[in-house]
Write a protein that binds this ligand. Structure first.
Ligand SMILES: *Cc1c(COP(=O)(O)O)cnc(C)c1O
Length: 378
């Protein structure tokens, strides 16, 4: 099935499985594959299945709905959902056997209430802030939180199966905050153990730490972007044995010869230098192609990489291919593994001043998503 233009996001499930296997093998301990945000734009359920084929021990998502979608698809592997607001439906989480994370006394109280209402024991991860200043409990509140969780565990309402934190600077492997966060994490673990929470698996490492920082691996690692084959350190994924799983491609919708000096696309921010051929590509910012890519981002068209000519519009953009042959229906690749001359997501990220995470999670809109490879396919 196509959307009428042939624009598609192709996801290689075998690459996701192979990347997971490479990482799992390297760390030699349990791995939680992070499949939040629709599997980083690769498709929640197919990506999750592929990581499980590759040996992931558990799945991680941000919000409860993502975890429930995995369950609805029949995935029975352990799943952690970690980002909840007041009033989150922990009853549904418990009924679906979803592990949840807590970072404050009020959140723990809500989980305990749901456990009592359902008669189930909540599998709980306690999230501590070791220096990111984001969603963990501050160290000042940590002793109170672990004591309350230990009491709830004694009552049979919760089983604390995880103690965890998240890193600020793992993509800069020599940064001094890394050692500082590890020290605080170890302190937090000691406090949790002293409170009687001795069964918890401790986990800290995201992709960058999984790839570069063995001292952060603890009992489990938690990579996301690396599973999809992108280098969390912004370099070459192949250096880590990883293969990008996503290719974004479209088909030329129209070609035309124009004279020298023709202004191209809104605002005429590009003008042809000589008589030339323009190719119209039917994908735009409504589909997640960054508008900032105008006159900056590369695509593979008519045999080589070229910069987008003029502004990216809502539905389309233009490429100037000079005198090279091009015809409607010809393929244009925005990004992919880079192995066939196409740009990489990292190249795009550099061109539009963002990170590849943002590009792959936002691409979508009217692109058709197509899966190749057999890992986890149904
Ligand atoms: C998104 C996320 C991850 C995965 O991060 P990557 O950099 O993609 O590996 C791990 N842990 C938490 C808490 C996250 O929010």
């Amino acid at each position: 099935m196509t959307n009428g233009t042939g624009a598609e996001v192709v996801v290689d499930l075998d690459a996701i499985a192979a990347n997971t296997a490479v990482l799992r093998e390297r760390v030699g301990r349990p791995l939680m594959a992070v499949v939040k945000a629709d599997g980083y734009g690769h498709g929640l359920v197919p990506a999750a299945r592929a990581t499980l084929v590759g040996g992931a021990d558990q799945l991680g998502v941000a919000v409860l709905d993502e975890a429930l979608a995995l369950r609805a698809a029949g995935i029975t592997a352990p799943v952690l959902a970690w980002l909840h607001g007041p009033g989150a439906d922990f009853t549904a989480a418990l009924a679906a056997d979803v592990e949840v994370s807590v970072n404050a006394a009020w959140g723990l109280a809500e989980v305990v209430a749901a456990a009592r209402a359902t008669g189930r024991t909540a599998r709980l991860h306690l999230f501590v802030d070791t220096g990111l200043s984001r969603e963990g409990a501050p160290m000042a509140e940590w002793p109170g939180l672990v004591d309350a969780a230990a009491r709830a565990q004694g009552d049979g309402d919760v089983a604390v199966v995880g103690v965890w934190s998240h890193m600020a600077y793992a993509d800069a492997p020599a940064h001094p905050t890394i050692a500082a966060q590890v020290r605080v994490f170890e302190e937090a673990i000691a406090l949790a153990r002293a409170a009687g929470l001795t069964e918890a698996r401790c986990h800290l490492a995201n992709s960058a730490a999984t790839v570069a920082l063995p001292g952060t691996w603890f009992d489990m690692v938690r990579p996301g972007i690396a599973v999809y084959g992108l280098d969390p350190l912004g370099g070459n994924a192949a250096d880590h044995g990883l293969r990008p799983a996503m290719t974004v491609r479209a088909r030329v919708a129209l070609t035309k010869r124009v004279a020298a000096g023709a202004g191209v696309s809104y605002g005429h921010t590009y003008a042809t230098a000589a008589e030339t051929t323009l190719a119209l590509v039917p994908a735009g910012y409504a589909d997640g192609v960054p508008r900032a890519g105008g006159n900056r981002a590369p695509v593979l068209a008519a045999g080589r990489q070229r910069t987008i000519a003029g502004r990216v519009c809502m539905d389309q953009f233009v490429v100037d291919v000079g005198d090279d042959p091009v015809a409607p229906g010809d393929e244009v690749v925005l990004w992919g593994p880079g192995s066939d001359g196409e740009p990489t997501a990292q190249q795009w990220a550099d061109a539009v001043d963002t990170i590849h995470y943002e590009l792959v999670t936002r691409i979508g809109g009217r692109f058709t998503r197509r899966y190749v490879g057999s890992a986890g396919a149904v």
